[in-house]
Design a protein around this ligand. Structure first.
Ligand code: 26W
Length: 803
């Protein structure tokens, strides 16, 4: 390994040991590791050809991979080897590893789930291929200036990406615009052609994805936009060199940047083009691979499963139809059976503002042929509905793929549902709500199509790699089988009553908290007490996730200390982290509020060690890897019925945090596993929330009726935390009162405060808390993404894993 690293330092990086920077050492080590990954990658792909296996294609606009070095070392069992080799070369492993820039090609939950599923496919034995976009700029870096979020672009490829293989030979044209012509060919067949379109090229970059144990290495293929040769020549021949290069730039903007907003990207033509860009390239690649060993199109669903990660790749349905019908002359009916047989769609959100629709006008301009195909699919679908439900014209309007109104729009979710053989939600409650709300008509029309696949997270990254202290402790007591069979953690249960084990467990948590406290002191200049309760809420900033509810608790706690300076109070460190979409004004205001409150609280000598509030800047995968193992309390407090699943809830519980949460998303199933006595659940149920919304309720009356709530809101609204601009939070607080409090913070407030009191009391009983924390770890087996993948494989992908 030493020689391998030195060789790469010299021949790949072009440096000598003398004068090599830590980054040079990182690159050299990464290449040495990549060699080992590559050796296992080729045989894996060869084996897939040889055995003609069914391939699973996971299409996602986002892959939030994070850093790769440590994960590869762990999956290949090379961690000690490389650490020792670097040591022998005079380098500190952790310092070198810290130079890796993470691949942040995603916003949050949806992108991170895609990365966890890739790891689990490679580990459990699925021939799984990711397809996505190689954004030049991934998720922005968040800086805090005067308490406000400031975004800066992250040029993550500046020093090269050692994990990727550019494939200049794998390049496909993708067309936009033009028009459609219909004609009859010499044999009298009706034909359709899409002509006069502009062309952009999609070039492949491959990233190997090693499974745990290193036997199998799958592939993640990301597309990058390149201008076409013809494009250049057209202008060049006209003598306009500068124009040619300008246009070249423009066509390459397609893969320039990730839209940094989950939930809404309204009317952004570039985003629409990005979606088609990666869909069209992926379909060409998938079909070319199929055609190497098959000639019968009917066999496609036996060999190809295409999973749509939300509706962002839903154009697959229309594109696959277009290619089969227009280019390969497959009869329409047959093409439709094939398309439905291949596709399945995962829904990740119920929020109406997040359901993608695109104006028909935009379709007509950018993808005219696809619009025709969508109309045709819709026509046939509605005919079937009309036949089964004669006279129900309202039903037709509700299920149509086109929403009528001032502006006609294509409903991408309906395209995805109708074009798929299975549709899934990501937690039991979420799937139930899909069936009873947004997709209730489809549930009646095709019972059994909508199924649940509860999310999971990979225990390799989120326990083994992120929390080496806890994983060593676990392995010492129950062996290493849990790494690939997480249910084995159950064997820890009896140890919850073993004082020696408990003592070790406490020591692990304390060490993780100390490391976290050091980081906060170093990077943020905030001193925190590692013996205080670490209360953590890390996730995107959203009204529905209710970071504001968390802040109300902090304010009440602070006010109580001020009102009674001698009050005994369980010391707390409240940590909040997350990015706001750049255009989401209220979310950015919430970040400023965290910082304003923390400024006051952390500098108030009256408070002493009893309370700290920390905003953790630039929350990303690497930060998460440090935070998850240090959390005591996991805040999962979304309005019931709004968080599809959540996955941070799983990561924290797996690392021994107790959850304070609502009856939402996967919290419900975590409760089923770990037991309600080991969590702090509170608040309205999804049914109650729905009833409140129908009946309407008086938020202002709620505020008047609760002194703590009224006081906290008044302190914030009157400028107590923002003396430099007393009305800064007026608009934010108004959303909770005169604004109607859509996310029901005032309705859940009292119940949340009561749950926080239970937390304090439970934490005061150190032994009782430790027991609960151990039982949380022991009972999280269900939430391995290996289980999730196995469930998808069985009857969505039709892949036999021999289990
Ligand atoms: C159109 C722009 C856009 C971008 C992303 C719309 C919607 C999204 C995602 C659906 C947002 C997202 O990340 N959803 C999260 O998915 C996770 C994985 O299933 C769940 O755990 C989270 O609860 C859900 O919010």
């Amino acid at each position: 390994m030493k020689t391998a690293i030195l060789n790469h330092l010299l021949y790949t990086v072009g440096k000598q040991a003398l004068g090599a920077t830590a980054r040079d050492w990182f690159l050299a080590a990464a290449h040495a590791v990549r060699d080992r990954v590559t050796e296992r990658w080729m045989p894996t792909l060869d084996g897939y050809y040889r055995d003609d296996v069914k391939r699973v294609y996971y299409l996602s606009m986002e892959f939030l991979i994070g850093r790769t070095l440590v994960n590869s070392l762990i999956n290949l069992d090379l961690y000690d080897t490389v650490r020792d080799a670097l040591q022998a070369l005079g380098q500190d492993f952790e310092e070198v590893a810290a130079w890796e820039v993470e691949a942040a090609l995603g916003n949050g939950g949806l992108g991170r789930l895609a990365a966890c599923l890739l790891d689990s496919m490679a580990t459990t034995g699925v021939a799984g291929f990711g397809y996505g976009i190689r954004y030049d700029y991934g998720m922005f870096t968040q800086h805090i200036e005067h308490g406000w979020q400031v975004e800066s672009p992250e040029n993550w490829l500046r020093y090269g990406n050692p994990w990727e293989f550019p494939r200049p030979g794998v390049i496909f044209p993708v067309r936009f615009g033009g028009r459609v012509i219909h004609f009859r060919d010499s044999r009298g067949h009706d034909c359709t052609q899409w002509v006069d379109a502009e062309e952009v090229m999609a070039m492949a970059y491959d990233i190997p994805v090693p499974g745990f144990g290193g036997e199998r290495v799958n592939n993640l293929r990301l597309w990058s936009a390149k201008s076409t040769r013809e494009f250049d020549l057209k202008y060049f021949n006209a003598g306009n060199y500068i124009e040619a290069v300008r246009d070249k730039n423009e066509s390459e903007t397609l893969s320039k940047v990730l839209y940094p907003s989950d939930l809404t990207v309204r009317g952004k033509e570039l985003r629409f083009k990005q979606e088609y860009f990666f869909v069209a390239a992926s379909i060409q690649d998938i079909l070319a691979r199929f055609r190497k060993s098959h000639s019968n199109w009917d066999r496609l669903p036996d060999k190809v499963a295409i999973q749509l990660n939300d509706t962002h790749p839903a154009l697959v349905v229309a594109e696959l139809m277009r290619v089969l019908v227009d280019e390969h002359r497959v009869p329409w009916e047959q093409a439709w059976t094939i398309t439905q047989g291949c596709c399945a769609y995962t829904n990740h959100t119920l929020l109406p503002e997040a359901l993608e629709t695109w104006p028909v006008e935009l379709f007509a301009r950018v993808l005219p042929r696809h619009l025709e195909i969508i109309y045709q699919i819709n026509h046939e679908f509605l005919q079937g509905v009309r036949y089964r439900h004669p006279g129900d014209s309202e039903l037709l309007g509700r299920v149509s793929m086109i929403s009528e109104g001032a502006e006609k729009r294509v409903r991408m979710a309906h395209l995805a549902v109708i074009g798929s053989h299975k549709v899934n939600g990501v937690a039991a409650i979420h799937t139930g709500l899909m069936k009873s709300t947004i997709f209730s008509d489809f549930e009646h029309l095709s019972p059994g199509k909508i199924v649940n696949r509860t999310n999971g997270v990979t225990p390799r990254r989120w326990l083994l790699a992120a929390n080496p202290r806890l994983s060593a402790l676990i392995t010492r007591h129950i062996g290493a089988g849990w790494i690939t069979e997480l249910d084995q953690l159950r064997r820890l249960e009896p140890l919850a009553d073993d004082p020696a084990f408990c003592a070790e467990f406490v020591e692990v948590k304390r060490a993780n908290k100390r490391a976290m406290a050091e980081m906060m002191a170093q990077r943020l200049g905030i001193e925190t007490d590692p013996d205080s309760l670490f209360d953590v809420q890390v996730k995107r900033i959203h009204e529905y996730k209710r970071q504001l509810l968390n802040l109300l608790h902090v304010v009440v706690r602070y006010a109580r200390i001020r009102a009674n300076p001698l009050l005994e109070s369980q010391p707390r460190t409240v940590i909040i982290g997350g990015k706001a979409a750049p255009g989401y004004v209220l979310a950015k205001l919430i970040i400023k509020l965290v910082n304003d409150i923390s400024e006051v609280v952390n500098n108030d000598p009256l408070v002493g060690r009893r309370l700290r509030l920390v905003f953790l800047p630039n929350y990303n995968v690497s930060v998460a890897e440090m935070v998850m193992p240090a959390a005591d309390l996991s805040e999962q407090i979304s309005t019931a019925g709004t968080e599809a699943s959540g996955t941070g809830n799983m990561k924290m519980a797996m690392n021994g945090a107790l959850t304070i949460g609502t009856w939402d998303g996967a919290n419900v199933e975590i409760c089923e596993e770990v037991g309600e006595e080991n969590m702090f659940l509170f608040g309205l149920t999804a049914q109650e929330v729905a009833r409140y919304r129908v009946d309407g309720y008086d938020a202002c009356a709620r505020v008047r009726a609760n002194k703590d709530l009224a006081m906290a809101l008044d302190m914030i609204a009157s400028g107590f935390f923002s003396p430099d601009q007393p009305d800064r939070y007026r608009s934010l607080i108004d959303t909770l009162t005169v604004g109607g409090d859509h996310y029901l913070l005032t309705a859940d407030f009292a119940s949340y405060m009561a749950a926080q009191d239970r937390v304090d009391r439970a934490y005061a009983d150190a032994e009782g808390w430790t027991r609960k924390a151990i039982l949380n770890v022991a009972r999280m087996g269900k939430f391995s993404s290996d289980r999730t993948v196995i469930e998808y494989a069985r009857d969505i992908w039709g892949v036999d894993l021999g289990r």
